[in-house]
Structures are given as structure tokens and as C-alpha cells.
Design a protein around this ligand. Sequence first.
Ligand SMILES: [Ca+2]
Length: 310
Amino acid sequence: MKKKIILDCDPGIDDALAIALCCASDEIELRGLTVTHGNVPLSQTLDNALGLISFLGRDVEVYRGTTRPLIRKPIDASNVHGNNGLGGVRLPLHSRKPNSKRAVDFIIEEVMANPGEISLFGIGPLTNIALALRMEPMLASAVAEIVIMGGAIGEGNTTPAAEFNLYADPHAARVVFESGRLTTMFGLDVTHRALATAERLAPLKGMGNKVADLVLGFMESYQGFYADTYGWDSPAIHDMCTIAWAIDPSLFQTKRMRVEVDTNEGPNFGRSVGDSLLRSTDAALIDVAFDVDADRLFALFAARIARYRN
Ligand SMILES: [Ca+2]
């Protein structure tokens, strides 16, 4: 049976890879893209989502989400993703418009109309999902699962303690972690093991399709940040891990942990604190991904990108 997904995103280079994989995979029924502020401001993430769906030639509705976090001051990651959120790579002009329904209303209506069937995948700051959980108290019991790219049990990337998606809205993340429906977390512990090396990207070269060429353009621009920050030859493709897992969970190893989000302002603001010994009985009990068969993940990705036709 197909997994029915609402993808809440902030494209974002790695979001773009996740969307491209999602739209080429018949294991997934993408019910809609809801867009949030995040890597760049909402006006840009929304336009990127619309431009990507148009470029991929898919008939998926895009919903406008929140422009700001719940409480904290807005931040972005344009230092990683460039001012346009796509590493300066330009998508062709498009005429797509967002659906007139708000993202939070769409999430609530779609989940409540299909109880137990819809998975919410959050691959940006979790503001939209948190607001939906607060607006509709029955949402948590009606959603099939919530899966996120976010957090880090180990070191963060935006601060030493915090990963970007959680740091960009720690209060929203806390609402999601405390909802009882977060099942699986793909944090830096695993996404930093999914690096787009030259060998893993090689099948995309000469594929002769425009989506493969777009991905290679993204990776080239993305590479600079990883070289400058970490001294790595290859960038991480964070968000794409969630969709790869939805297609083939055997790519990943997970560990059941209790995890909570620190919302105290200070050095641990936005940190996801993991407890592998399950001592903190109030914290969310979730599966934390910590390893991936990255060669097989990229083989899957390349095979799916090959399905696009110019
Ligand atoms: Ca993202």
C-alpha cells in the first residue's frame, strides 16, 4: 500500500532532492506540499516549491505556511543554501500559484478526513505542524505518524548544541516531540553519514535528463559550505533521508530513545537531548536513525531520478 504523505518543507537544496525523490517514487502518494519559513524566508521557499513542482512536471498542490517561528526571532540558513535557497541555481520561470488554503488548514482537513492514513513528514522548522496540532486537538490521534529531519543527539550544526530545523523554532519542535505521534527522527547523527560523494553522484552524470542535471548543479553549489565548515569533500543530503526511508526502511538503522527539546534560551537552546537508557519517562519515545547504507541510498536515488524524462 502506498504511504500517503504531506511533506512540510522549506526548499532548500536538500528539500529539493527530497521532493524530486518523492515525486518519482510510486511507493508514495504525495498529498500536498506545505511550505514553511526556514532555509530562506517563506516568500522564497514557497516560490522554490512551486518552481520545483513545475519543473518536475507533477500535479501536486502547494500550500502557503507560516512566515515566522512561534516565539523566537526568525533566522535563516542562506549561508548554506544561498540567498535564493537553491544555491543560486535558477529554476525556469513558472506560472504555478499556491492553493488558496492555508498550509495549517490543509494539514488539519486532510488528516481529519483520512484518520490513521496520513503521515506528516517535517523537513523544515516545525512551525506549521505545531500550529496544526494546537489548532486541532484530535490531529495527534488522527495522524498515522510524524517523521522529521531535525535535531542531533550529538553535535549540532547551527550551534554546537542545535541542528538548524530545531534551532529555527525550538518551541514548535517541542510541541511536535510532545505530541505523542513523532515516531522517527533523522538528525545529524545519520544525515552526516549520507554524503553525496563524487562516486555516489556519478550515475547522474550523462543521464541526459534535466532533473539529474539540476541535482548536480545543486550539489556543486552546496559543496562549498561543507568544505569551508567541516573540511569535507562532499555535502550531506539531510532531508532526502526521510523520503528514502519511506521507500525502503531497510536502508537505515534506528535506535529507540527518549528525546526532548530544550527551549531554554542559552547554549542548549534547540538541542534535542537523547536518552538511550530511557530514564526520562516524560520525554518522547521515538526511533532515532543513526546509520545508513549510503551507497544503497544513492543507488536508489539515481535509479529514481532516471525515471524523469525531459
Ligand atoms: Ca529542509
